[in-house]
Design a protein around this ligand. Structure first.
Ligand SMILES: [Fe+2]
Length: 155
């Protein structure tokens, strides 16, 4: 049986332990910034403006501002991924700019694994007043579409 003088101490320790574990048992803040991922060596700026560089895999969603969740108009998305032979090429690079609703839709070929890395699509997102976000999408071979918002931290 726990004696009454010990109980408050256990409650305090438990509460502090929860605070020290990132994300554990605490709800994520509304519209927390998206998790960044490595840039990798194959990024190239100034890819052509286009919404499609292949077919079979689509990423769709909106670019949003952390905290408020407001859609960001004029956000620039830069995409790059490998071709069907697992090689990076110019044909699988694209730049898009979001409209007033912050929405984007990008279609490309189903990415292939390479160099012992799982299949992935890179994206860099930039918007005025916000920190650039560099991240990656990891579709399963059966994923025809992934719907996700990209949330940018404010400057
Ligand atoms: Fe890559």
């Amino acid at each position: 049986m726990v004696s009454t003088p010990r109980l408050p101490a256990l409650v305090v320790v438990g509460f502090l332990g929860t605070l020290m574990l990132p994300g554990a048992a605490l709800a994520q803040p509304r519209c927390a910034p998206s998790r960044p991922d490595m840039l990798g060596p194959m990024y190239e700026p100034n890819a052509p403006e286009r919404a499609r560089t292949g077919e079979g895999f689509t990423v769709a969603g909106a670019v949003r501002s952390a905290g408020s969740c407001a859609p960001i108009a004029g956000a620039k998305l830069e995409w790059w991924s490998v071709n069907v032979r697992g090689e990076y090429d110019t044909a699988h690079r694209a730049t898009q700019t979001t409209g007033a609703d912050g929405a984007f839709r990008y279609e490309t070929d189903q990415p292939k694994p390479y160099f012992n890395r799982p299949a992935h699509v890179h994206v860099k997102i930039s918007a005025p007043g916000h920190k650039p976000l560099i991240t990656q999408i990891y579709p399963k071979p059966t994923d025809a579409q992934i719907t996700t918002d990209f949330v940018l931290a404010r400057d």
